[in-house]
Design a protein around this ligand. Sequence first.
Ligand code: NAI
Length: 434
Amino acid sequence: VDTFVKHKVKDISLAAWGRKEIELAEAEMPGLMSIRKEFGPSKPLKGARVAGCLHMTIQTAVLIETLIELGAEVTWSSCNIFSTQDHAAAAIAAAGISVYAWKGMNEEEFDWCIEQTLFFGEDRKPLNMILDDGGDLTNMVLDRFPELVKDIRGISEETTTGVLRLKDRERNGSLVLPAININDSVTKSKFDNKYGCKESLVDSIRRATDVMMAGKVAVVAGYGDVGKGSAASLRGAGARVIVTEIDPICALQAAMDGYEVKKMADAVKRADIVVTATGNKNIITGEHFKAMRDKVIVCNIGHFDNEIDMAWLNKTYGSTKVTVKPQVDIYNVDGHDVIILAEGRLVNLGCATGHPSFVMSSSFSNQVIAQLELWENSSKYENKVYTLPKSLDEKVARLHLSKIDVELDILSADQAAYIGVTVDGPYKNDEYRY
Ligand code: NAI
């Protein structure tokens, strides 16, 4: 990291294509665009050096350029080895931004890329803000570069898995910075995790395999926000969906949404498609692989690849592996074929292009608001994990209404008093679950 590498992407000549798609995405990202309009002129992020580690897609390009429009300097890496869209990375590099990301890097390159984002420009100024998805950047800074912490004002964390890691740190006393949990904004997890996966899960299975979905038996492990969207995605495509859960509340929800709920050990025998969506580990293990039908498609939409025991599969049956195309591999387990997508990593970003722009606008509006808040008011926060106030959550939702012609009714003062809120909101208490 002593020497400055301005950027590293697969193919800079893809920049023009990336730029056209970024422009199309901007039209679908009203939240980010109105934040640009509101805060762009006053440049409130001037002086902020934001290191970001989040899937380098077209939508993320719009996020990056929003942070820059607000005055920040930005460096970027992707939080997954398969999730970069090379034309998006090229467009960002061509705009003069230090981005280190390409689709299909190895683990060593992955670490190298994150490391490059810690220091800015020729004069190697260190980062002073963290924007993370999954916690790999946060872990690198806190564990390997603790001397950088003193300059950093805070962390904003995108996803369920990263928030879990931050809360672990809060509990064991190793969280040395204030952090904002983006995931638990309602306008993030109840939209991106759910409606995003509803669009992007089936998209990825189709792009990878072109398999007929209608009539197939699909098993979804986990009926949290991602599982709800994933199950709906498969059902929408005509698959017959079985859910597995460990939580009685989510299991009951799945059943009352009309899904069969079974144990994985039984469900897996009937499956044509298996999708893990738990954020937990060892959901699909050796025993499950051995019980599968021929040509079963197995993939994961949770953050890390340990939901499926890929280590076991590679160790035990790695010699049978045949690659059909990048991110689609066939293993033969005792005579039956198992089709693994994206090597067990997030399938919607590995085999497709992640969530559509509109829903990411909602997630990323929360990110920008959190960066603004931490940059301007860091001293008001302790080294804890916070969520944004409901008024801002409602603001993010509001920014997305007119694009899809939603018209809101307006409370009268009398009605507002009757239900105990103010006319301008917030409209719910913090315990409300949506
Ligand atoms: P969540 O906590 O809402 O849901 C996870 C569910 O899995 C829970 O209901 C839990 O009871 C269940 N579960 C845990 N262990 C299980 C087991 N052994 N068997 C069956 N079910 C089990 O979390 P959320 O928000 O749905 O996120 C899940 C994962 O997806 C996380 O890793 C998150 O970071 C990731 N994520 C991925 C996205 C993508 O685009 N691919 C988007 C958003 C989140």
